[in-house]
Design a protein around this ligand. Structure first.
Ligand code: FES
Length: 351
């Protein structure tokens, strides 16, 4: 028989005032529920990432975790959907002398839904082979009505140059072709709620940002990001991706773990109007925080200035400019020089 360890939670009349509360006793978090005139108690720690369940809310008979919304039955502790084998430890409660007591010895063990680790949760090791460059195009564009993009044109020129002149492996990711969620802003609740792999990658099998995570964290040695300027900023698609990359940077804060090491980033910024330096500067600040290194002159850009609103001419200018194309090639060469020197410093001369 299990040894009980009853703890006095206080006056029942006071405890009835809240439907769900988070109570910590000797470092043990308890979620205390009062519903339909009865008390129940479960562990206050979510099975997923230890979110504080007592700080969540109730949906019917279920406690909803405040971090990512997992549900647990208030009496059985079973997670929803019901076929989930996951279950919280339950704690007995009793009333005595107008006070409520909780047994700190749980009635059952915590159980988890058995599943293989997420593919992105694997160790980060560089696969052997030549230097690899991933280009990420952030230009938004209607799939139904394909059109020319100045930033993507220069990105493509850079990747072509890397392949033809240096025999590097390249990959082009067009963000507009990926279906992915907006960042859920979990970091704003608690830094530990922003997880690696990203919560959306874990739970939404249709979320396709995994392709970007794979390229940035595992596959590529160099990344080139290309964006148009939209109202003085990078594109909305760029920001949609960037917010989802918070989980990479956040690992340093939460686990002192750098996911990005020995990788180089460079940028291509084009627009009908001005602001190249501000856009590139913002991107450099962000990718620097992620852990990327930069070559000298880490971006190329093109605008014809504030007054140039003859966009058709702008397109023609970029499409036919040999100088811009050569600039894209030279950007690759500068990024490659840094990448090579990093790997030489590491004593790895395979590249
Ligand atoms: S759902 Fe509870 S920690 Fe993620």
């Amino acid at each position: 028989m299990k040894k009980t360890h009853w703890f006095d939670l206080g006056r029942i009349e006071n405890l009835k005032k809240r439907g769900l509360q988070h109570i910590i006793i000797d470092k043990t978090p308890i979620a205390l529920i009062y519903k339909n005139g009865e008390f129940s108690a479960t562990s206050g720690e979510c099975n997923h990432e230890k979110g504080p369940l007592g700080k969540g809310h109730m949906e019917g008979d279920y406690i909803v975790c405040p971090w990512h919304g997992w549900h647990y039955h208030r009496k059985t502790g079973h997670a929803r959907p019901p076929n989930y084998a996951a279950c919280l430890p339950r704690h007995s409660v009793k009333k005595s002398g107008g006070h409520l007591f909780v047994d700190l010895t749980p009635q059952n063990r915590r159980s988890y839904f058995p599943h293989p680790p997420h593919p992105l949760a694997r160790n980060i090791t560089r696969k052997p082979g030549p230097i690899r460059i991933a280009g990420i195009s952030a230009t938004p564009m209607s799939k139904a009505l394909k059109r020319y993009s100045t930033s993507e044109h220069l990105l493509q020129a850079a990747l072509d140059h890397a392949r033809s002149k240096f025999k590097l492996e390249t990959k082009l990711i067009k963000l507009r072709d990926l279906r992915f969620n907006h960042c859920g802003g979990f970091y704003s609740i608690d830094e530990k709620a922003c997880t690696w792999p990203c919560t959306f990658s874990q739970f939404d099998e249709k979320d396709q940002l995994g392709e970007v995570y794979e390229a940035l964290v595992f596959w590529a040695d160099i990344i080139l990001i290309a964006t148009p300027i939209r109202w003085g900023n990078a594109s909305s698609l760029y920001y949609k991706m960037a917010e989802r990359l918070n989980c990479i940077e956040n690992q340093v804060l939460v686990h002192n773990k750098r996911l990005i090491k020995n990788k180089v980033a460079a940028f291509i910024v084009t627009g009908g109007q001005d602001n190249v330096q501000a856009v590139a500067g913002q991107m450099m600040a962000f990718f620097g925080q992620l852990g990327f290194l930069f070559p000298q002159d880490p971006f190329i850009g093109h605008t014809r200035g504030w007054a140039a609103e003859d966009m058709g001419n702008n397109v023609e200018y970029v499409r036919s400019s040999r100088e811009l194309k050569q600039g894209a090639g030279r950007l690759v060469e500068r990024a490659l020089a840094v990448s090579r020197s990093i790997h030489k410093v590491k004593g790895n001369n395979r590249f």
